[in-house]
Design a protein around this ligand. Sequence first.
Ligand code: CO
Length: 135
Amino acid sequence: MKLLNLDHVGIAVRDLDEAIAGYADRYGVEPMHREVVDPQGVEEAMIPVGGSFIQLLQPLGPDTPVGRFVASRGEGLHHVAYAVTDIVTALSHLEEQGAELIDREPRIGGRGARIAFVHPKDLAGTLTELVEVAD
Ligand code: CO
């Protein structure tokens, strides 16, 4: 298994509208997609930058993973996400490697994509997301 490219960086924010306006004013970029992803407890906006995205994440409530993150650490970089062609193969490779997985099975993320998270304790203190993309 090999990572294809950087799909997105996930950034936790308190106020999605404010963050979108800030990225537009400061950096001249606009979201192409915005969606409530209930299973993850977030509303997200995807801002294209080259072949990758900035993913702004506003928690739907304090008792969600991103809500707890913002409460304890404030706004900021939450995870990095890499594209893979086959997420099931990628997860079984990681299991063989003894990686500390949050998701042993893929789940459905924004845009209907199959995703899975690897625990930040596993490698380099970074919450890592794999996103299955079409070839
Ligand atoms: Co993400």
